[in-house]
Design a protein around this ligand. Structure first.
Ligand code: GTP
Length: 335
């Protein structure tokens, strides 16, 4: 790849749709493309940065703010300037901006289109559609239909969890909304990177520039809150799994590393809707051995959630029996 200007691709999709999973697959499989990444977490805990760093040639992260709303303050330009400062053999071939799960894609696209950073150009909008949750979420948020409609590429995620008939249903719905963008099914993010970087010029340029971007009150994130919880002390596995089982229905997404009493490894928690998944692995070198969670949802009672989470922390001298981790292991990948 290479050339005079660096394409900046916007990767969008609702909370937990699979954006980071797609991004990580791209970073691993497009070894000949030097990729820079902008991640934007909705919340102060930079979980997405944690999940992609180490793979990208260069990563910049914006936590606790929404890139789609930073129209005036030059945040996008500043991030792009940092990424594109590299020259010569280190210069990047492309940049992917991973929107937060409640960002407004039209506003993100406009940010890139109106960027004054020299040497970058808008590379298109990729929208990840959660094959499992799409119908449920679009009943609540009709904005999702517009997001699909303006995509240059639609990625249908989680097809491994769906029956063929369900894949066909979601595919047909996406086709109704967007008749011309390539629609790519992707289990666990696996797709051909050329689809994103060689898909030709984006067709949303006119649409994105000409169309009014919804005002902030209509943005998805005006319906959502993020609650952060941090504890250097380990959590009791039984109490924490009981907390997850009984979490209020408004909590749509929980993610971040968990430190359990009686376990040496890191358990990375991801919940999307009803699904709960832990991934077990070593603590990255230099990372604090602490639980750092972000909970995203609608109408959250933050003080009550935080009190419930604090009650999960193991108290000094409290014994942990050998079966305590069973409930966690049931939802842990590869166990
Ligand atoms: N089985 C299965 N799980 C998936 C797939 N894609 C994503 N997931 C899981 O869904 C959860 C959310 O995936 P992410 O890639 O973090 O989603 P995201 O869109 O980046 O999430 P936010 O940034 O929080 O909006 C994780 O537990 C993923 O492992 C898929 O194709 N199949």
């Amino acid at each position: 790849m290479g050339g005079v200007s660096i394409p900046v691709v916007v990767l969008a999709g609702f909370l937990g749709a699979g954006k980071t999973t797609v991004l990580n697959h791209l970073l691993r499989s497009a070894a000949d493309v030097r990729l820079g990444v902008v991640v934007n977490d909705f919340g102060a805990v930079g979980v997405d940065a944690m999940l992609v760093s180490g793979w990208a040639d260069s990563t910049v992260s914006l936590e606790n703010g929404c890139l789609c709303c930073s129209t005036e303050d030059g945040t996008v330009d500043e991030l792009l300037t940092r990424l594109t400062a590299r020259r010569g053999p280190d210069a990047l071939d492309a940049v992917v901006v991973e929107a937060s799960g409640v960002a407004e894609p039209a506003a993100m696209v406009r940010q890139v289109l109106t960027s004054t950073v020299p040497g970058v150009r808008y590379g298109g909008l990729v929208v990840v559609v959660d094959g499992v949750e799409f119908e449920t979420v679009r009943r609540r948020h009709r904005q999702l239909d517009d997001h699909v409609a303006m995509a240059d590429v639609v990625i249908l995620s989680k097809t491994d969890l769906l029956e063929e008939a369900a894949v066909a249903r979601v595919t047909a719905r996406c086709r109704e909304l967007n008749g011309w963008a390539p629609l790519v099914p992707a289990a666990n993010g696996s797709l051909d990177p050329r689809l994103l970087f060689e898909a030709g010029p984006p067709r949303t340029r006119q649409l994105a520039l000409g169309e009014a971007v919804p005002d902030e009150a209509a943005h998805l994130h005006s319906f959502y809150d993020a609650v952060e919880f941090r504890s250097p002390d380990p959590l009791d596995p039984r109490r924490f799994t009981a907390f997850l089982d009984a979490r209020p229905s408004g909590v749509f997404r929980v993610k971040g590393p968990v430190r359990f009493a009686g376990a040496d490894e890191r358990y990375l928690l991801q919940t999307v809707g009803a699904a709960v998944r832990f991934t077990r692995g070593p603590w990255p070198r230099g990372a604090p051995r602490a639980t750092e969670l972000v909970l995203v949802g609608a109408g959250l009672d933050a003080p009550a959630l935080l009190a419930d989470l604090r009650a999960c922390v193991q108290t000094a001298g409290e014994p942990v029996d050998e079966w305590a981790m069973m409930a966690v292991l049931r939802s842990t990948e590869g166990v």
